[in-house]
Design a protein. Sequence first.
Length: 114
Amino acid sequence: QVQLVESGGGLVQAGGSLRLSCAASGSIFSIPVMGWYRQASGKQRELVALITSAGITNYADSVKGRFTISRDNAKNTVNLQMNSLKPEDTAVYFCRVLGPKDSWGQGTQVTVSS
């Protein structure tokens, strides 16, 4: 498994921006797919965005055009730039390694006030 630590969450007003970062304990160069998920209170965890080792991205419809996922293999980090935040984006955001080394971070809280 890979140890993942998220950071960058916090409280922001609607329309604001936050940048989440996920630091991995080892090299992410060979990890095929990494992603960000979120779980709002009382709801199931849902996919936010994925990125492959080739830089191909996929987004949930609810965040398309507002969120951008990126990965820095040299720094072993995966980032999520979140713009034009809405109250419905409020959730705990989790980083994940998908595949044989499937791993989850502990999550970081994002709260968007109206």
